[in-house]
Design a protein around this ligand. Structure first.
Ligand code: HEM
Length: 123
């Protein structure tokens, strides 16, 4: 997912402050700090999947998470590219099981999550 993200928008890599210690993109993608962030993203997605019926219970957490991303220089538009990368990863992993309704269901869930995160941005 993140390899795809940095193919689509290489500039995002520099927002991870620890990326300056890496000699190459591949080096960076496999660094422990970077892999920690991947785990953090997946834990948020996992929490959203587990709270599909009461996503509002994650609201405060997601608003705060949005604020943290604004502080590290992420723009709300970048979340669209993350969404494309998530769908790309699902398509590659699921093959034939990646159907149009499944794609739509993931897109709906992801849009709600990043929609709330984006509301955390202060103008
Ligand atoms: C923290 C960058 C997308 C979840 C961070 C940090 C950076 C960052 C630099 C702080 C350092 C670190 O913990 O590694 C980005 C960039 C993104 C992105 C450039 C894409 C544009 C996401 C998404 C999610 C997410 C989509 C979840 C849906 C988290 C979490 C933390 C974090 C849970 C830890 C916050 C904390 O310390 O409380 N992110 N992020 N990130 N990110 Fe992201």
């Amino acid at each position: 997912m993140f390899s795809r993200l940095f193919e689509l928008d290489p500039a995002l890599l520099s927002l991870f402050h620890y990326s300056t210690n890496c000699d190459s993109k591949q080096d960076c993608l496999s660094s422990p700090e970077f892999l920690d962030h991947v785990t953090k993203v997946m834990l948020v997605i996992d929490a959203a999947v587990n709270h599909l019926d009461d996503l509002h219970s994650l609201e405060d957490f997601l608003l705060n998470l949005g604020r943290k991303h604004q502080a590290v220089g992420v723009s709300t538009q970048s979340f669209t590219v993350v969404g494309e990368s998530l769908l790309y990863m699902l398509q590659c992993s699921l093959g034939q099981a990646y159907t149009a309704p499944l794609r739509q269901a993931w897109l709906n869930m992801y849009s709600i999550v990043v929609g709330v995160m984006s509301r955390g941005w202060s103008k």
